[in-house]
Design a binder for this molecule. Structure first.
Ligand code: SDX
Length: 428
């Protein structure tokens, strides 16, 4: 007998089925609740509400577990590559050597973007935030590839749309960066791997050679792996609900980029560095800023701390913190902001306010330290998060479409005015 949840409403008993996942997570299926009882549930921010069942990523917030298709993030960050992880997330299995080589070559073949993108870029003032530029450039792909508007007409259409956006995103990111600097764009090099090509497009200057430092390329590849998916977070839920109206992959990814932009989500990595710089400039008095973070009358929050799911530690933060030490040592960089970060972390981990609320460093707390060491400017940090999250957004959009999920349309509890008659202007 499968488990059921019993609720009693207005003296009537209702039995709702219980769903159990492959990692023993349990949920009450309320899909028939309103039809049977007239009641809906209410859960601001969906803190206790599952929007779907998914086979892509598993998180355990209490144990600090993160797995992509069953493989631990620690295993993948240590042994895999971002392109291989992208394939795993999207298609469900680690590719054979031959399949991966074909996939990788196909990606390299599609890295070039239409020359008309330069005209679109020129329409953006140089001070434009690159996240707004990126979401716009992704949307333009619906114009250059109108067949992408409904890729599900054929499985080949979906795969081609996936390859194109995976391949072209680094070029969009690099060209947005060059546009902001007022530098000429650098074209993709099909003879380079994903991260080396990304770096040369971002940092090569006309007339100069650009030698990719393997320390930098490997650190970037690891960061992108760590950002690749994170189940039903804010931006991924945005991608899924956008795609649920049968909007195209490109339109859905563009919506996800804009959701990620917020400082409570992907925008936190930029906000962390700005916060650490402020604390350093303010004399490094971490106790003062910790007090501000705890003061309910003070809007200041300790950016890079806390998480909706991780109530122990964010496994990605642990890996990134070690990688930050490694990269700075290998590159011979002394970053005083890293010392401020470590001081803040030590204080927060022993502070009752943070311990009681289970607030620990999240993925954004240390990632900016590495991006800085790699020479990436602060306003490009969230763009790098979007680059890393793209395979996850694609995988989740594809899963939602393959499962023919219904259009997302939450309910509400109305708390506005009751019926009242119109009053003509002359009488108001
Ligand atoms: C990402 O969902 C994902 O998976 C996201 C992500 C991904 O990979 O996609 O992991 C990426 O977005 C990481 C989070 C990046 N954001 C930040 O670092 C911004 C700072 N953190 C917070 O704003 C906050 O912790 C959130 C948004 C991350 C989580 O917020 P919740 O789950 O809604 O928790 P809450 O706001 O209800 O806070 C609970 C309590 C509150 O205090 P009380 O009302 O109980 O007294 O903790 C406090 C909050 O005031 N609190 C903080 C705090 N975060 C929570 N207090 C000070 N500093 C903080 N950072």
């Amino acid at each position: 007998m499968s488990e059921t949840a019993k609720i009693i409403l207005d003296g009537k008993e209702y039995n709702l089925p219980v769903v159990e996942g492959s990692e023993n997570e349990k949920a009450i299926d309320i899909s028939q609740l309103r039809a049977q009882s007239g009641y809906i549930t209410l859960d601001y921010g969906y803190k206790n509400t599952g929007s779907t069942s998914s086979a892509i990523t598993f998180l355990d917030g209490e144990k600090g577990i993160l797995r992509y298709r069953g493989y631990s993030i620690e295993d993948l960050a240590e042994n895999s590559s971002f392109m291989e992880v992208a394939y795993l997330l999207i298609y469900g299995e680690l590719p054979s050597k031959d399949v991966f080589e074909k996939f990788d070559q196909n990606i390299r073949k599609h890295t070039l973007i239409h020359e008309d993108i330069k005209k679109i870029l020129d329409g953006f003032p140089s001070k434009s935030h690159p996240m707004g530029v990126l979401s716009s450039l992704v949307t333009t792909q619906t114009a250059f590839y109108p067949e992408s508007l409904d890729p599900s007409r054929s499985p080949e259409g979906v795969d081609l749309s996936i390859i194109r956006i995976l391949a072209k995103m680094p070029t969009f990111v690099a060209w947005a960066h060059k546009h902001k600097l007022g530098h000429p764009v650098v074209y993709p090099n099909v003879n380079m791997d994903y991260c080396s090509n990304m770096l040369q497009m971002m940092f090569k200057m006309p007339g100069n050679d650009y030698d990719v430092d393997p320390v930098v390329s490997n650190a970037l590849d690891k960061l992108l792996i760590l950002h690749a998916d994170h189940e039903q977070n804010c931006s991924t839920s945005t991608v899924r609900i956008t795609g649920s109206s049968r909007a195209s992959l490109y339109a859905s990814v563009s919506a996800g980029i804009n959701a990620l932009w917020g400082p409570l989500h992907g925008g936190a990595n930029q906000a962390v560095i700005e916060m650490l710089e402020n604390i350093k400039a303010d004399g490094g008095d971490t106790k003062k800023w910790m007090a501000k973070a705890k003061d309910k009358d003070d809007p200041f929050r300790l950016m890079g701390f806390g998480h909706r799911v991780y109530k122990n530690f964010d496994p990605r933060a642990r890996i990134i913190k070690k990688a930050a030490d490694d990269v700075l040592e290998k590159l011979g960089i002394q970053d005083p902001v890293l010392d401020v970060a470590k001081g803040l972390e030590a204080e927060a981990l022993s502070d009752d306010y943070f311990v009681e609320r289970k607030l620990y460093p999240n993925v954004d707390f240390y990632s900016g330290i590495i991006y800085r060491a790699l020479g990436i400017p602060v306003d490009m940090f969230t763009v790098m998060f979007a680059l890393g999250r793209l395979p996850g957004w694609i995988a989740q959009w594809k899963e939602m479409r393959e499962n023919s999920e219904p259009i997302g349309r939450p309910r509400q509890v109305y708390v506005g005015e009751n019926l009242r008659p119109y009053v003509p202007l002359s009488k108001r």
